[in-house]
Design a protein around this ligand. Structure first.
Ligand SMILES: Nc1ncnc2c1ncn2[C@@H]1O[C@H](COP(=O)(O)OP(=O)(O)OP(=O)(O)O)[C@@H](O)[C@H]1O
Ligand SMILES: [Mg+2]
Length: 510
């Protein structure tokens, strides 16, 4: 295999941060290279240098053996480099074809162009198994489909190297398999891929080699077939990582949250929650497993006051709160780790400090009778930055300048910082590296021991099984059952995820 790309001693710093420190790596023709590293290790920065969106301070890029300058992303695209960013770059109000057309040189007038693009997109979709309707408007598409659009957009430009920055963080397991099939097809045609992911099983499943970064430097590049997930985790964090959570026995308290026969309508107008009832106790973790899109997000929104209930009731510590607003629920001790963190949870233009205290600022000790207490605020912020190990040059840095995973730590710090009585934790470890994932697990278990009632929503089955006391599954907006973790197994949960009710399964047992 010939060499496609070589990075030689790439260095890039930001004020107060050396993000890339003399990084060298190479990618061969048709190879899938995984780029692995903790949150803030410098992965996105390095890829932005390669894609022409950042200018390295020093170092050289070689493309098929020749030294290259890549001053902007146009230059990258014309070399044959495509990139799907950690946060998508599509224009939400435009259609798929229109998005693909952006930045292409017009050859025969816009309308004819669009028609031509549509035809070619259909061919590419079929060829690579990337199903999308070219006329659909982006914001109406589920996130998996938006990602297919990003990939199609890159393929349309006849790429030779595709960079994917945490593409699987937003995908369901089925979609991950589909994506990997596309990557294999690309690789078979000689297209190279650089894949960033925090999931070690994915690295093992799809990559040919792995380059591991730590603190802006290359630790090592290894052949995937010569390594193990344990070794990779070790290389990444520089110490032994223990993949286990010690969970003390359940001490179930009073009912903290009760949901009775709720119905709610989803974004596209259909019934997204159909007659859901359950209760959540103090000191327990109730996990909602299952494939995204079966009502989990709507449930999350309803419980946090972000979506209206059509029918039914919700009680918090015995008090009816069915139509309460988010801040009223917050006053009653409900905290929320939202699944779509960037849309909802952090204001990226504000500082780390502002984001952390925003939802607590009206309460003591941060303010009394409308007067702020800067000392208390500063103490809380300092404490959170160290507890959650948030890498930021200063509490006053804008959240936008933090790495993806560090932005999520800000959200966690804000949600967990004030001893919530009820916590709605949706995809709490999405986008976090293995070390922090482990810390979040430990933290959730601590909150449980303290007596918090935790509702966990996660598409990661391992996470659900490790943390939950009881496991619930919804299918197409209906509850298929709730089983105590010690009385169930992956098969049974899998059946419920496919729409088989728990009672039906038990009936059919001999
Ligand atoms: N525009 C910027 N201004 C200032 N600092 C930045 C900027 N972009 C990145 N950084 C800093 O550079 C470092 C590396 O960030 P980068 O986004 O490359 O990490 P990453 O490996 O992609 O992490 P993650 O897994 O969390 O996405 C971080 O400390 C980050 O705060
Ligand atoms: Mg990143």
């Amino acid at each position: 295999m010939g060499e496609m790309l070589r990075l030689d001693n790439i260095t890039k710093s930001f004020p107060g941060v050396l993000a890339n420190d003399r990084i060298s790596l190479d990618v061969r023709e048709g190879e899938i290279l995984a780029l692995l590293g903790e949150n803030g290790a410098g992965k996105t920065t390095l890829m932005n240098c390669l894609y022409g969106q950042l200018k390295p301070d020093a170092g050289q890029i070689y493309w098929r053996g020749r030294p290259m300058e890549i001053p902007d992303s146009h230059a990258a695209v014309s070399l044959g480099i495509g990139m799907v960013h950690q946060h998508f770059m599509l224009v939400p109000v435009l259609s798929v074809v229109e998005n693909v057309s952006l930045g292409l040189a017009s050859t025969r007038g816009l309308l004819l162009d669009l028609e031509y693009i549509e035809t070619r997109l259909n061919t590419l979709s079929r060829e690579f198994g990337l199903e999308v309707n070219p006329r659909a408007v982006i914001w109406r598409l589920p996130v998996g489909a938006q990602q297919r659009v990003e990939i199609l957009k890159a393929l349309y430009r006849e790429i030779q190297l595709l960079i994917l920055d945490e593409p699987t963080a937003v995908l369901t397991p089925g979609e991950v398999n589909d994506l990997f099939a596309v990557l294999r097809r690309l690789s078979a045609r000689g297209v190279s891929v650089i894949l960033i992911t925090h999931k070690l099983e994915e690295v093992m499943a799809i990559s040919d080699r792995v380059t591991v970064l730590r603190d802006g430097r290359v630790v090592e590049t290894v052949k995937t077939s010569d390594t193990t997930p344990h070794e990779l985790a070790h290389l990444m964090v520089g110490r032994e990582v223990i993949f286990d959570v010690h969970k003390p026995p359940l001490k179930q308290g009073k009912i903290a949250l009760e949901v009775q026969n709720i119905k709610a309508v989803g974004e596209r107008g259909a019934l997204a929650l159909n007659n859901i009832s359950f209760s959540l106790h103090e000191g327990e973790i109730l996990g909602f497993a299952g494939v995204d899109g079966n009502g989990q997000q709507e449930l999350e929104e309803v419980l946090c006051g972000l979506r209206r209930i059509r029918e039914g009731q919700v009680f918090l510590h015995g008090q009816e709160v069915s139509h309460y607003k988010p801040d009223q629920l917050h006053q009653l001790g409900l905290a929320h780790i939202p699944s779509d963190r960037l849309d909802r949870a952090v204001a990226v233009k504000l500082t780390v400090e502002e984001n952390m205290v925003a939802s607590h600022i009206s309460k003591p000790p941060y303010s009394r009778r409308g007067i702020l207490n800067p000392k208390a605020i500063r103490q809380f912020v300092q404490h959170s930055i160290s507890t959650f190990n948030i890498q930021t040059p200063s509490p006053r840095a804008a959240v936008a300048t933090l790495s993806g995973g560090n932005q999520q730590r800000v959200v966690l710090a804000s949600a967990l910082g004030h001893q919530p009585r009820v916590l709605i934790a949706a995809q709490p470890t999405r986008g976090l590296d293995v070390g922090l994932t482990q810390q979040v697990y430990e933290r959730l278990v601590q909150e449980r021991s303290r007596g918090a009632a935790i509702l966990l929503i996660s598409t990661e089955l391992q996470e659900i099984f490790r943390l939950s006391d009881r496991i619930a599954v919804m299918y197409r907006g209906e509850l298929m059952g709730i089983a105590p973790v010690e009385k169930t197994n992956v098969n049974q949960i899998g059946m419920m995820m496919a729409g088989v009710r728990l009672e039906q399964q038990e009936d059919s047992l001999p």
